[in-house]
Design a protein around this ligand. Structure first.
Ligand SMILES: *Cc1c(COP(=O)(O)O)cnc(C)c1O
Length: 421
């Protein structure tokens, strides 16, 4: 990896054309690859030669985007997936099986919550949810001998609490487990969890990375730093019968985890990213640094406006002076706290819904982190499967509004809120 600044990496990492080659990342819309001999294909299937064999496992367009994201996060490798949900699923199932256990922060994206609390439970993997703000000793009680990972979200959707990544990293280290962080809202522009001790990062690329709401996608990034040989992860240290006894830690060193996720897990499950989606994601990544900075700048102004409005009950934005997470935000997001705000209007659930229906510029969409300002009522949409008790545990009041500040002129966004209030 070179010493470029992150802004330069957004544009220059991943695809590096040679003399006379296309300037822009080409879309290799091909499921398959041609070889000159049977022996060459055999080597690919034995994982003894590099190269693409089939686009479910790897593809040159997708690979460039994976390399760019790995460079942005500072990891040894990345694997793109068909969605953020599949990134989380694959990241966990790559190291967890029936009978295993996971500890997760309770303040996570609603989709991750459902995946952990319902679907994984049905698969025989139990998840213990912990309040991420609890003291270390309290969280420690959730770990068991069969726990395989600790999971948290940098900037939780939609409570917007900031995870103390270093605290979680200490707990993971103490229990000899990898820390998996969902870094979707922060993006590597604002926070790189590996620098604070995380081992694996996942993203829904659907959000800021894409930034234009054109493609669902996800990615897993491996820091390459976790010690998989500590006795808890035989799937990485014992021979894989499906590859003539390949041992991931021995044959792939620091890239053991991400290689297994690709050549074994992705091969078998198949929730891969298409080359066309990767091309569009790359376009988004080229401007990620510029967009995230403006989203952040606009969001702070909107949060300040809301904070001063007599019609607003509470505002959550960790970049706002006085927010309970302000100090953690200063530490983990020195460049700003991203573009999403949540708030409560005086008058409860009804008033919240009336306000949303009056907005003209801000659109009601089941999306967030888009170039266009978007608004959502989590209790009646993304989190509607949760009981009131579960909602409060995830930090969501029934009248909470999630407001994703876009790239329009901030005065137009504020005027829209003003007229709706
Ligand atoms: C949207 C989101 C996901 C899920 O990603 P999809 O691409 O919608 O599958 C996961 N985590 C966070 C924080 C999200 O915002």
């Amino acid at each position: 990896m070179c010493a470029w600044r992150i802004e330069t990496k957004c544009l220059q990492e991943g695809y590096k054309p040679g003399n006379g080659e296309p300037r822009v990342l080409p879309i290799y819309q091909s499921t398959t690859y041609k070889y000159n001999s049977t022996e060459q294909v055999a080597k690919l299937f034995d994982l003894t030669a590099p190269g693409h064999m089939y686009s479910r496992i790897s593809n040159p367009t997708v690979e460039c985007v994976e390399n760019k994201i790995a460079a942005l996060e500072g990891g040894v490798g990345a694997l793109c997936t068909s969605s953020g949900q599949s990134a989380t699923l694959n990241a966990v199932l790559n190291i967890c099986e029936c009978g295993d256990h996971l500890v997760s922060s309770s303040t996570i994206y609603g989709g991750s919550y459902n995946l952990f609390a319902i679907t994984m439970k049905r698969m025989g993997i139990e998840v213990a949810f912990v309040d991420p703000d609890s003291p270390e000793a309290e969280i420690q009680k959730a770990f068991r001998p069969n726990t395989k990972a600790l999971f948290g979200e940098t900037l939780a959707n939609p409570k917007l609490n900031v995870l103390d990544i270093e605290k979680f990293a200490r707990l993971a280290k103490k229990n000899k487990l990898p820390l998996i962080i969902d870094n979707t809202f922060a993006t590597p522009i604002l926070c790189r969890p590996f620098e604070f001790g995380a081992d694996i990062v996942v993203h829904s690329t659907t959000k800021y990375m894409d930034g234009h709401a054109v493609c669902i996608g996800g990615v897993i990034v491996d820091s390459g730093k976790f010690d998989w040989k500590n006795g808890k992860f035989p799937a990485l240290t014992e021979p894989d019968a499906s590859y003539h006894g390949v041992v991931y830690t021995k044959d792939f060193g620091p890239a053991a985890y991400i290689t297994k996720a690709r050549v074994q897990y992705m091969r078998d499950i198949g929730n891969c990213m298409s080359p066309n989606s990767a091309f569009l994601l790359n376009l988004g990544l080229e401007t990620l640094h510029v967009r995230v900075e403006r989203h952040t700048e606009n969001a702070l102004k909107v949060a300040q406006y809301l904070k001063n409005s007599p019609k607003i009950l509470a505002v959550n934005y960790p970049g706002l002076l006085g927010d309970p997470y302000y100090d953690l935000a200063k530490k983990y997001f020195p460049k700003g706290a991203s573009g999403v705000i949540s708030f409560r209007i005086k008058g409860g659930r009804e008033a919240a819904i009336r306000f949303m229906d009056k907005l003209k510029l801000a659109a009601i969409v089941v999306h967030v982190a888009d170039a266009r300002t978007a608004v959502l009522h989590p209790a009646s949409s993304t989190h509607r499967q949760m009981t009131d008790e579960q909602l409060l545990q995830a930090g969501i009041d029934p009248d909470l509004i999630r407001f994703s500040v876009g790239l329009e002129h901030v005065d137009d966004i504020i005027e829209d809120i003003e007229q709706a209030l």
